[in-house]
Design a protein. Sequence first.
Length: 149
Amino acid sequence: MMQIQDSNPLELAVGQKRPRNIISLTPLIDVVFILLIFFMLASSFMDWRAIPLDTSKPPATVSTATPKETWTLRIDATSTSLNGEVLELDELLQRLAQQQAIDTQLTLRIQPVGDTPLQPVVTVLDKLNAGGFTRLNFVRDVEWVAKPR
């Protein structure tokens, strides 16, 4: 006599290992490329925050006016100094505002010292711009020697 088995043929016997499903990476790679294309198309490569610099040369005419006092702002990674005097940024802005009230044509020479990172320089430029100081000249630190690579 034949016996009918009631069990499901797909059920595993005790002790048998279940076959592993292979996970394909192709859909994941497709999603990554779709996201990459989306962000490339959605991003903007415009200069949304630029620092205006006037790099034009002064006119060739010789001025007969008396030379103005030179104000040099040296920016280091940790400090700023105005004409050799180390000042906090707020104190510096107050002093420059007082001088600008006296001399409306005040031109400030900005001199980053040696290997100063860019962020402190940009921070000072942002504060100067917010304070209304627009006549700025950049001066190279002649004492700095580039390290050989």
